[in-house]
Write a new protein. Sequence first.
Lengths: 134, 383
Amino acid sequence: MTNEDFPLPTPTPESAPYWEGLREGRLLLQKCSSCGKLRHYPRPVCDACFSMQCEWVQASGRGTIHSWTRTHHAFLPVFKQDAPYLLVTVDLEEGPRMNARLRGDGRDPVIGTSVICKLEAHDDNWVFPNFVVA
Amino acid sequence: MSLRDRAAVTGVGETAYTRGSGRSAVALSLEASLAAIADAGLSPRDIDGVIPVTGRGAIAEDVIANFGISDLRFSAQVPMGGASPVAALQCAAAAIAAGICRHVLVLLGRDAFPGGRVATGVHKIPAFRTVGEFELPLGAVSPAQLYAPMARRHMELYGTTIRDFAEIAVTTRQHALLNERSIMRKPITIEDHHASRMISDPFRLLDCSQENDGGAAVVVSHPDAARELARPRVLISGVAEGHPDSPASITQRADMTCLGVAKAAPRAFAMAGLQPADIDVAEIYDCFTYIVLCQIEDLGFCAKGEGGRFIREKGIGLDGALPVNTHGGLLSQAHMAGMNHVVELVRQLRGEGGCAQVKNAEIGLVTGYGDMGDGALAIMRRG
């Protein structure tokens, strides 16, 4: 799908490795090189020790549903074809959270349910994370 | 030094609230400003401080140019979304207490029709940069979608129900029917709420605030100057802002049922030397019904998780233990990013509340909520 109105990410030099990782089929988290604390979404400084050095580690993709919403009203025209769609807040087993689509069967999600990340190509350039029930 | 009683709101002003004014947000904010300045009994040239609030309304340069102000001494911006009008009261009070200026104009204008919609444009605001990169491409675009998981989590942890949300929508609408500026003019029932279309579960249409045009403004003055002005003096006795954990991403917030105002409330009450039980009337930011319920808890009116019960058992109507949003709020009067809440509280404390006047309202509270959970509150009293 190509659509010039689609709100594609605009990565920064600091977040680019995350998106590059998705293209390579890996869900990456930042890990502080100094104290080892994991963080997400990508940002420049570790809030535990203030180090700006980090490495990228691969997350398992496993997690549990922390909360969710099913969007019925498409606020941008590009999402109209998808509505209604599910967005889940996921507690990754490594600790940080992420928000992503849940590819479900139409039923309401249940908080605490185990889910696993599935990467899906959005177009030739972009790969986005989604979840399915594990 | 505390800011307790170091500033007073001396003037309040609003335009008509409409859907399609045919006027710019700049013009609307300036019209409201002129009304607020006249309400105070001041001349536009008396304004020596300006805090333009969020969005497309007039900025300091517009105020100087249009009002012929020769020596503006203070200008600031408070980028906290819907928490900005109340946080601006703190900023104004601090500038006045420091002796920088005497009369600070806080103004706001919105022209949602046809241009400046909030629901589809928030990702352009710097506070939404993180969300814009990592969540917007996946389809999380609007405040309704970003805040819905907070409400869902609250329901899961505390048994809060959509009936609790409906109670807020219905009561707020009842108040709006008493207010001549309200855009929403039809009564609604609990059933109407439940039957309204789903926007982003659990938020239905009647859980959501509106988009509209209009302007609102207030003048904050030195308390000595306030004594000599036109209206009964309304002092800012306690004021504070609070930023939630993980303010750039609700997703990453350890406890997503807790807002920034929870940090600000103890500071503001301590400053004022008051308790939640002392509050006669509360104007609580209501971009969504749930946000009212959550703030009632975070302000200390009840324990976390007890907001639904508080609303059911104590009541937030004009005869309730805590009358809330006596003007009809963002839900039913108009979405003026909470500037209309500040205006309404001042009117209530002056005894100018009209059909919605809370009897013997002497001490009141106003909150703001914005972006990903920023909060602010001001406790005011007649005096």
